[in-house]
Structures are given as C-alpha cells and as structure tokens.
Design a protein around this ligand. Sequence first.
Ligand code: AMP
Ligand code: GLY
Length: 435
Amino acid sequence: MNILLLGSGGREHAMARNIAESPNCTKLFIAPGNAGTALLPKSQNVDINPTNFPAVRDFISQQQITMLVVGPEAPLVEGITDYMAQEPSMSDVMVIGPSQQGAQLEGSKDFAKHFMQQHNIPTAAYKTFTADTLNDGIAFLHTLKAPYVLKADGLAAGKGVLILDNLAEAEQELKNMLQGKFGAASTKVVIEEYLSGVELSVFVLTDGKHYQILPTAKDYKRIGEGDTGLNTGGMGSISPVHFADKQFMQKVEERIVIPTIKGLHDDKISYKGFIFIGLMAVMDDKGERNPYVIEYNVRMGDPETESVFPRIKSDMVELFKRTWLGRLNQATLDIDPRTAACVMMVAGGYPEHYEKGHVITGLDKVEGSIVFHAGTKLDADGQVVTNGGRVLCVTSLADSMPSALLKSYQELSKIQWEDRYYRRDVGQDLLKMMI
Ligand code: AMP
Ligand code: GLY
C-alpha cells in the first residue's frame, strides 16, 4: 500500500525506516521529511505542511494513499483525524493518530489532569486557575511546599512548564502566565504538587480498546551535561530503562495503561494511535518505585523514537493496520532485547540562536550504527546541510548500555560540521543507578 507520514524530525526518520522496511509498504511519502527520509528505500519527500489539511487530502487522493501516519502533535491537536473522517473520499484512509478530543490529552493540561482524576490514574495533586481566579491560585500556592510547578494549559512549544524554588517568584510567574506570558496557551494555568523521582517514558499503541506496550525509554532534555541549562527538544535517549523491570511495568500497566484506555473508551473518545506517557518513578517508604503520570503526549517522543523504533522488529505497517481495524489484541510484538543508545548532535547555540546551512561531512563513514536526520536538508548541489537546532542523532544497539553508548560516541565523532555540540553524558545517570 501507499503510505503518507507527516513530520520532518528524527522521530519521523525513525518511523519511516520501520515503515519502509515493511513488505506491506509499496511507496512511502514523507511530508515534508528531511535529507534522511529522502534517502530511504521506497521513500520520497513531499513539500506539504502537515497542518494544511486540504493539501494533505488532495495528495492522498492523487497518490492513492491508504494509510496516513501522523508524527507530530500539531495536526492531531488541530483535528486532522476528524477532518479525514468527515471528508467523503477519505473515510477509508487508515489514519494513525487520535481524534481531536483524544489529542486534548496533550493539547490541554487541564483536560489531561481532569481525565486522570476521573479515572483514578496516579498523578500529582493539582488545581487549575484563570485570570478571574488569580487570588485563589496564589492561596493554593501557599498550601504547597517548594518547588512550585506551574503549567500553561495549552501547547507552548515545550516551554510552558515552570518549576520555581521561591514562593514570591511563583506568585509573580502565575500572574505573568495568566496575563499572557505564553499567549492563549496560558489563559489557564495548572498548579501542581512537585514529584521527586526519576523520569521515564512509556509508549502505548492503542486501537481505542486494546493496546500494546512498546519499549520504554529515557530522554535527556537539558542542553548541558549533568542535566543543567535550558530545556531542549531532547539531547539523547536510552531504551530500555533498566529500572522499569517486570514488577514496575506491571504497576504501570495496572495503574496507568489499563485505566487510561478504559477511560478513553468509557468517555467515548475515539483513539487509534500512540500514547506517550511521561512518568515519574517515585520511591515510597519501603524503597519501592511507584509510577505517577507527569504528562500525556498523543504521539511518539523525539528522541525516544530513535531508540525505541530500532528495537521493534515486528512489521509496523501490520501493527498500524490492526490498530485501524480494532484488532491490536491479535498482534504480537517482537522486540530486540539489546539496548539502544541515541545521542543527538545539535547546532552550536541551540536551543537559543544557532546557524543553519553548514555542510555535514563524514556521514558515509558511519558503520554499524544508524544516523537519524532531524534538522537537515539537501542543498542545490545535493550536499547534506544543517537546517535546524537538533541536526541529527546516532543510535547504536548493543548487548549492554555501556557498549551501545561507546559505539554511538565512536561513530558520531566521524560526523563533522562547523560548530556542532552534543552531550557527552547521555546514559550516565542510569549507569550510576545500576552500580
Ligand atoms: P511536561 O511538559 O508536563 O512534561 O513538564 C516538563 C518537565 O517538567 C517534565 O519532564 C518534568 O521534568 C518536569 N515536571 C513536570 N511536572 C512535574 C511535577 N509535578 N513534579 C516534578 N517535575 C515535574
Ligand atoms: N522527548 C520529549 C518529547 O518528545 O516530548
């Protein structure tokens, strides 16, 4: 079948690689894609903006596409799944991605927190405030202990969460947010209890009734080593996360995954796609780790996909087909037991000001690891040049995490461009926990 994948990041390159490998895939189009997706077998980039729904629809009919896979959250939150279902000629297209209502799990923190509360899913205690209830918000802050967690309700390009040590600062930021610090995204602000623990990401593919739990991963969000400095889209990832053992994952499944899927079903929210559950593993008095939901996302993570998808050996298109047909219970997942280590290489200056257009060399020298492109493009001479902050990442699979990391760092040293940067400590926190 012909398939269209929306998106242009490392996540989409990793998804495209699995999709293109499927015998069910005749031709894969990626809109808009990057220099990496352009070079995959059976694949072609198309210059369409994923939120231009009429353009996506027209391309689907022209190219006889039967499956549409949505990579990023924006088209989902803007309702691409509902749009396709309502277009007369599109209703048979297998769309992998939740309805607009389902996408509210990511599009509105207030919606997500309310959903968790309704369905008894463990999460931090919270309250939501608007400009009209600012004083109640300040009073609520006084009932909490530092650090204070303030979250813009809507999508704020990953910047909408503030964690503040000082009460006066938290009060001021609450005012700033309600006065439009993040535009319409902070018309409502969620204030929640601070959870202390280790974060990890759990990924679920669901058809709205049944589900398959995909491999776990941990990402590295800050720009600086030792988790310091500004937040980024993600500087690397490791899969699996060693402490998410059978016992911990049983808690995740029973306390979080099952009630989430049942909640969606009971609330009549149509959902055929990925759920990315950001978890905090909090240690209890008995020294046992318990999972709490920090956030839901309605898509795969980036750069988690770049370590999770290379471990999925099952036919991804077959899994998507079963998702669409409501038969995910009949699927089996074949997972590579090795550890995947992904290290992201970024443009100097990212996540603040950085340059684009530098020629990347050494890509052809990489052996035995996978290079996933994120912010790259082919220039007029056919050279691969930088075209974003997160430029590309190197993923290696090995029998142990140290070996996988060593291999990724060895291979990435062959890739050069002017003013490149990467964190040298990806995975080090997990290695320390393992000792
Ligand atoms: P979010 O966008 O909700 O994932 O929040 C961004 C980051 O803020 C998370 O990855 C956590 O590191 C941190 N965070 C969010 N909520 C909490 C919380 N309740 N307690 C501690 N850290 C949090
Ligand atoms: N890696 C975090 C995210 O994709 O939101």
